[in-house]
Design a protein around this ligand. Structure first.
Ligand SMILES: NC(=O)c1ccc[n+]([C@@H]2O[C@H](COP(=O)([O-])OP(=O)(O)OC[C@H]3O[C@@H](n4cnc5c(N)ncnc54)[C@H](O)[C@@H]3O)[C@@H](O)[C@H]2O)c1
Length: 256
């Protein structure tokens, strides 16, 4: 899908990857760019891209529905909805219930709330695109964070399911699965921690890869090409892959 003339929503658009996507979509000539976030800075990004800023907590279904209504009232039917807002909390099974619940709400349910409203509309039009920001942690794992690993796997599971179920009815779905990107999320980690072993990308580099991936209508968008090789290795010999990941755990396990 070409970005030009499209109506696009980006959640988590106040900073990092989301703000870079909004800027890049505007530069590509999108008809309308709507940025949504819990942070007030979303209005600055909206002003910069000549779009609409919406304060929205994506873990609340009513906020997501209101965001979609506001976007469509301003710019018409949404062509591309980027569920990008996400949080990282460290910890294992013993992480606080509140952190598990926040991770599930923001990293998983937000995608489901958006799909509940948008998929029927997109299928009725026979056209529409959902971009879901997961992480390499969703294909591989996240050393040091069970809530992140689990919720990012769930994002990919949901995206696969949507693509299989509605792909023949005009719905396009992609997942974005980067390793370390230089944003607020990785600030304070040394070089992105374990996710930075193949280097840290800038958000605008990720946005370039996303635009190319959407133009190609590719399901898996991988700004770090190495991830595909790791994913192959995991599929071809799970036990060997787990042994390798234990070595990384020994090296990086306490970094977060
Ligand atoms: N930075 C990385 O290394 C990296 C790697 C892989 C995947 N990701 C994913 O990329 C996405 C964007 O993260 P980022 O790196 O740009 O970090 P970031 O912290 O700069 O951006 C995340 C944005 O989401 C917003 N947000 C958080 N909770 C929200 C909520 N309930 N409702 C609405 N907005 C909310 C934040 O305010 C923030 O602006 C996330 O889904 C993240 O998991 C990041």
């Amino acid at each position: 899908m070409r970005i030009q003339d499209r109506c696009i929503v980006v959640t988590g658009g106040a900073s990092g990857i989301g703000a870079a996507l909004a800027r890049r979509f505007a530069a590509e000539g999108a008809r309308g760019v709507v940025v949504a976030d819990v942070q007030a800075a979303v209005d600055d990004v909206a002003a910069e891209v000549g779009g609409l800023g919406v304060r929205c907590d994506v873990s609340k279904e009513s906020d997501v529905a209101a965001l979609i209504d506001a976007a469509e009232a301003r710019f018409g039917p949404i062509d591309l909805f980027c569920s990008n807002a996400g949080i990282f909390v460290p910890g294992g099974a013993d992480a606080a219930d509140r952190d598990w619940e926040r991770s599930i709400g923001i990293n998983v349910m937000a995608h489901i709330y958006a799909a509940r409203v948008l998929v029927p509309r997109m299928v009725a039009r026979g056209d529409g695109y959902l971009l879901q920001t997961a992480s390499a942690a969703g294909l591989l794992t996240q050393i040091g964070s069970a809530p992140y690993a689990v919720t990012k796997h769930a994002v990919i599971a949901f995206a696969e399911w949507l693509s299989i179920t509605y792909g023949d009815q005009g719905l396009k779905v992609s997942v974005l699965a980067p390793q370390a990107v230089n944003t607020a999320m990785t600030a304070g980690t040394e070089g992105g921690g374990v996710a930075g072993i193949d280097g840290m990308l800038e958000p605008q580099q990720v946005a370039d890869v996303v635009v190319a991936g959407i133009e190609a209508e590719q399901f898996l968008i991988l700004p770090h090409a190495e991830v595909l090789e790791y994913f192959h290795r995991k599929a071809s010999d799970y036990d060997r892959w787990l042994r390798g990941m234990r070595r990384l755990q020994a090296q990086f396990g306490n970094m977060f």
